[in-house]
Design a protein around this ligand. Sequence first.
Ligand SMILES: Cc1cc2nc3c(=O)[nH]c(=O)nc-3n(C[C@H](O)[C@H](O)[C@H](O)COP(=O)(O)OP(=O)(O)OC[C@H]3O[C@@H](n4cnc5c(N)ncnc54)[C@H](O)[C@@H]3O)c2cc1C
Length: 399
Amino acid sequence: MEPLKAGMVSRTAAGPIAVVGAGPVGLLAACLVSRHHPVCRVGEAIRAAPPEKDPRLYALSPVSLNLLERLGIYTELGIERCRVFSELEIWIYRHRTRLRFSATDIGGGLLGATVWARDLLSVLEACAVASGITCLEAHPEGIVRTGYGWKLPGSGMENAPVLVVAEGGGSRLRERQGIPLDIHDYGESAVTGWCAVEREGGDVLRQVFTPWGPLGLLPAPGGGLSFVWSMPNPVAHAWQARGTQEWAALIEEATEGLYGRITLPDPPRGFPLRRQVARRYVAERFALVGDAAHVIHPFAGQGLNLGFLDAGVLAARLAQALDRPGLVRWDAAIGAYDRHRRGANARFLSGLEAIRLFFRGQDPLGWRDQALAILARHRLLRRPWVEVAAGHGGRRHLR
Ligand SMILES: Cc1cc2nc3c(=O)[nH]c(=O)nc-3n(C[C@H](O)[C@H](O)[C@H](O)COP(=O)(O)OP(=O)(O)OC[C@H]3O[C@@H](n4cnc5c(N)ncnc54)[C@H](O)[C@@H]3O)c2cc1C
């Protein structure tokens, strides 16, 4: 028999893997991991806001949809709660060139689908219940490290082999582990809301680079548009005072009448923006996933997609460790997750920042429009952009 070394544990001695964080990434990680090993969720009662109040509409990549489908969730969402889009259109306000990325550029049928945050959470929660995942009332503050893994206070559980932390950007357990962050405050807010439109714009996700910042326009399930408008804080604060009619007029103007008359039933909501990246995603028997590991600018709508890839890759590495005969090398699995995801996310983030900076500020020489025109003419040059939008980068580590 193999001698017992640090980081290796008999599978019979291991309790359930503990997942902390009731957001979409924590729930997906819990459901995926539970297909290979028992899982418990910790601290469920702690949630920033009731999910029905969350105004976000997520654009999910085909890779994220594929992860959901492994659990039957994409089918469960159905066409009522999920709206497929097959094209992405980008232009600069008051410029003529329209750059269109199409799923056919990469031989696929779709570029993604939109789903409301509240619907996504409700199907993921139902999936967690159906997967037999237990909820422990233990408070995450009291979680302590033991020789075997983690002791969850007040629950009688003393041997959770791994703690998966998906507490979002303000993660306390990350702080307690002493994992340092690189932080950059953008000095911007993302203002988001839903509007009814006179003319539906088809299954196309659009991005207009306006003088105030990028405006994302997502076709919503059931019709209308969700918009995410990133703008400097002083502009966002000044505009927050405006009524819904003024907002509608601003969006009509920014979209140059493309959707006809626009109506906003409710005032939009602002989210302060910052980039925040953990220098390590893991510690001994401890893994950060989703926004707990990285918060990015939402202009490209990829934060949750990266978090879903984290959950998928972590679940795949843990499953590999559990499939091997003999003792389970938990820390080796966690280390492999860190190597795959930290590098991939850092590369993705650099690309995203380059695009964001390219479209910022004035462009007196019209270089941006020329760059868009070149991309619009050459399908081969467009391909890497579409690959990124479709989330294909991390796919190979999901097995
Ligand atoms: C306006 C806007 C639009 C966006 N649009 C998109 C998009 O189109 N596509 C995309 O991919 N991404 C998008 N994002 C990014 C996306 O919202 C985040 O990346 C995503 O929510 C991260 O999910 P998460 O589960 O990691 O963290 P969160 O969504 O923050 O969830 C973490 C949850 O854990 C809870 N929690 C915290 N501490 C504890 C604890 N100790 N115990 C238990 N629970 C705890 C929190 O209350 C929270 O409910 C957008 C972001 C913004 C601001």
